[in-house]
Design a protein around this ligand. Structure first.
Ligand code: ATP
Length: 235
């Protein structure tokens, strides 16, 4: 499988505090990779730096291009997309207008095609297309945030805690959709505290503690690791 994202020995700091210390990670085409770890381990910091929201030290390349030289909008154009933990939707706009914002780079015909793709993935959004975003349930808002990120037809979707605050039945729905994304040719880099759900859907996993990866491997092996089971799966 071709490597899509390569992160090599990356360090990220807030002033003098190093929140991420020398991590190396890769994501291949058609792969779901998860980073699990406790609160404050540095997962969000890493996603933000890959997107270009935070500066980093080290090497990051995407589809063979060195990201150091690219601004955020160029990273989006190259096929990277981030759904942040806070979802950052426009509450006073309806569902479809929020989605269309995700396709601002595309022409009208491609935007309409993207919209149909997103509605196929999330039929609930189609039903609610004229509803004000602020009145959606938490699960619907998460679907909308993912849908908006998919409107630009990314090659890699980075998801920060998609399950946060959602009921288990909705979490199952979101994770099923993540599996469907891989089938449609989108790779996923998933940051989650819900380790159990993340390890079930992912191909490979990294375990992050205090800014470093302490374990990595096929998701099945990571789930079977005694320390992971005790610390993150509650066994
Ligand atoms: P969470 O699930 O809580 O978001 P996380 O694994 O994503 O956890 P980060 O949010 O990346 O962790 O935080 C990593 C470390 O960096 C923590 O020690 C945190 O306190 C610190 N940190 C995060 N944001 C800032 C900031 N803006 N300024 C200073 N320190 C920060």
């Amino acid at each position: 499988m071709a490597r899509l994202l390569r992160v090599g020995d990356v360090h990220i700091g807030y002033g003098k505090v190093e929140a991420v210390r020398g991590v190396t990670l890769d994501v291949a085409d058609n792969e779901i990779v998860t980073i699990i770890g406790a609160n404050g381990a540095g997962k969000t910091t890493l996603l933000n730096a890959i997107m270009g929201v935070l500066p980093l030290r080290g090497a990051v390349s995407f589809a063979g291009v060195d990201l150091a030289r690219l601004e955020i909008e160029d990273r989006v154009a190259a096929g990277l997309s981030l759904v942040p933990e806070g979802r950052e939707l426009f509450a006073a706009m309806n569902v479809e207008d929020n989605l269309r914002l995700g396709a601002f780079r595309l022409g009208t015909a491609s935007a309409t095609q993207s919209l149909e793709r997103v509605y196929t993935l999330f039929p609930r959004l189609k039903e609610r297309r004229r509803q004000l975003t602020g009145t959606l349930s938490g699960g619907e808002q998460q679907m909308l945030a993912m849908g908006r990120a998919l409107m630009g037809a990314p090659k890699l979707l980075m998801l920060d805690e998609p399950s946060l605050g959602l009921a288990p039945i909705i979490v199952a729905d979101i994770f099923r959709t993540i599996g469907e994304l891989r089938a449609s040719g989108v790779s996923v880099l998933l940051v989650e505290q819900n380790a159990q759900a993340a390890l079930q859907v992912a191909d490979r996993a990294y375990v992050m503690e205090l800014g470093e990866f302490v374990l990595e491997g096929p998701a099945k092996d990571v789930a079977g690791n005694a320390r992971v089971a005790e610390s993150y799966l509650g066994f």
